[in-house]
Design a protein around this ligand. Structure first.
Ligand code: NAD
Length: 248
């Protein structure tokens, strides 16, 4: 199995892409620590072989350091948590900007800082370890309307990823960023439902995907497993687009 003997922590694993990733990594043989802000959502993963759950708010610096002290050294860290702010720069007040920076970027800085020492111990003893940071095609890869805070913070995730990759490349700790297209998750369904015209909003999301359909979480999980596994051991510092051709 691709992830046999790997200990992998995933943030925002209560639903959507994070939950699908927890299931896929466990199915590939990993011991998964599935974390989320919402303990009720984590209950859906209870009893799955290879998955342990922990409540973790990634904006809580102290909770991150205590979890890093509690858990064994990791082979893989998937920083999946993030939030979409809808709006142009004219809709972006300081509070919304700070919230996006804190959840989309600062949380990943803190997670990496807390877990990199253990990941380095594993890369030394096992020959490799891997960090995967959730970015988006809406980032430095491509601009989208009404995505100022989102695009800027996801671009920062790509920069953070490349910097970490550069610092630790010689120690075989790899770091890559994932850039999905538009993925059918509870978050996306929430954005559609809260639009003034939800039917049109769904059509618009599909229309921006040249394949004429939304991504499913299952379109992403093989790449997520690959990037956390030794099959990608010569890949680092990359921004990996799985976007159905949006950025062709
Ligand atoms: P989702 O809403 O379906 O799931 C998000 C999860 O994050 C929820 O379980 C929620 O409880 C958890 N969460 C929220 N705040 C948290 C916090 N402070 N600490 C820990 N957990 C927290 O979202 P999704 O669509 O699966 O998105 C997951 C990631 O993928 C995000 O970073 C998002 O930006 C990125 N992404 C999503 C899409 C898309 O179209 N859905 C596209 C590209 C990138």
């Amino acid at each position: 199995m691709t992830l046999k003997n790997k200990k992998i922590l995933i943030t925002a694993a209560g639903q959507g892409i994070g939950a699908a990733s927890a299931r896929a990594c466990a199915a590939a043989g990993a011991q998964v620590f599935a974390t989320d802000l919402n303990g009720d959502l984590l209950a859906n993963l209870a009893g799955i072989d290879g998955i342990e759950t922990r409540v973790l708010d990634v904006t809580d610096a102290e909770a991150i350091t205590s979890l890093a002290a509690e858990l064994p050294d990791l082979d893989g860290l998937f920083n999946c948590a993030g939030v979409v702010h809808h709006g142009s720069i004219l809709d972006l007040d300081d509070a919304a900007w700070d919230f996006s920076v804190n959840l989309n970027v600062t949380s990943m800085v803190r997670m990496c800082r807390a877990f990199v020492p253990g990941l380095l111990r594993r890369s030394k003893s096992q020959g490799t370890a891997s960090i995967l940071n959730m970015a988006s095609m809406a980032s430095s890869e491509k601009g989208f309307v009404e995505r100022t805070a989102y695009g800027a913070t996801k671009a920062a995730v790509i920069g953070l990823t490349k910097a970490i990759a550069a610092d630790f490349v010689a120690q075989n700790l790899r770091c890559n960023a994932l850039c999905p297209g538009t993925v059918d998750t509870p978050a996306l369904q929430g954005r559609i439902a809260s639009a003034p015209d939800p039917v049109q909003a769904e059509k618009d999301f599909i229309a921006r995907q040249p394949m004429g359909r939304l991504s499913t979480v299952d379109d992403l999980t093989p790449t997520i497993v690959h990037l956390l596994s030794d099959n990608s051991s010569f890949m680092t510092g990359q921004s990996v687009l799985v976007d159905g051709g949006c950025t062709i």
